[in-house]
Design a protein around this ligand. Sequence first.
Ligand code: SF4
Ligand code: SF4
Length: 222
Amino acid sequence: MSEELKETEKDLSSGDDPTETEKDFPPGDDPTEKDLRSGDKLTEKDLRSPFKSEISEASEQGMADCYQCGKCSAGCPMVDYMDLMPNAVMRNVQLGLRERVLGCKTIWMCVSCETCSTRCPQEIDIARIMDTLREISLQSGMANHEMKDITCFHELFLRSVRKKGRLDEAGIVMNFKTRRPRHLFEDMVTGLQMVVKGKLPFIPHKIKKRSEVEQIFKKCSD
Ligand code: SF4
Ligand code: SF4
């Protein structure tokens, strides 16, 4: 047997699956435990809250199916920027902690890459739950104030797609800079270079059947 094959056998017999790359949480450092040890006490009102059913219904995902394996958090590329790990978001929804979930940064740091949804052994679409939480957070005025740039961009992006059927890049940049003036002079050189190379058209390309896009938005908001 070649040395290479012997090495591979050794790896597999050690119990470690070489295809698994996830991070392990050290004992006592479970993000959910940490979250529940943060000093906030669970009240009976929280536990009786209809929040879990509200999110289950809106996202069409079984919130109760999550058994806290942590695979979603272990694979999430944005976890270092989150204040609650994705599995902790799931747990907090299960516990009815509405304010904490709708006011957390995590739902705005999520980039909808769907890694968590792909990895979940319970086939829960966590990315879809994050999306649902973002919308409810905005509708209820509970979005985290430190995330203003992201929530502003989020709203402008959806409005642009709804109105034009696709993203109007130049329009969104101008609207964003008007609404968030502290970013007015940021990326000016890059922006000009993009205009010169035709990557930032001032007149957006039109799409056919724009009304169908509007119908999708209407259906989602019903
Ligand atoms: S991967 Fe699925 S079951 Fe595991 S913690 Fe995340 S949501 Fe829950
Ligand atoms: S969809 Fe969001 S929560 Fe899920 S892995 Fe990607 S960034 Fe993380």
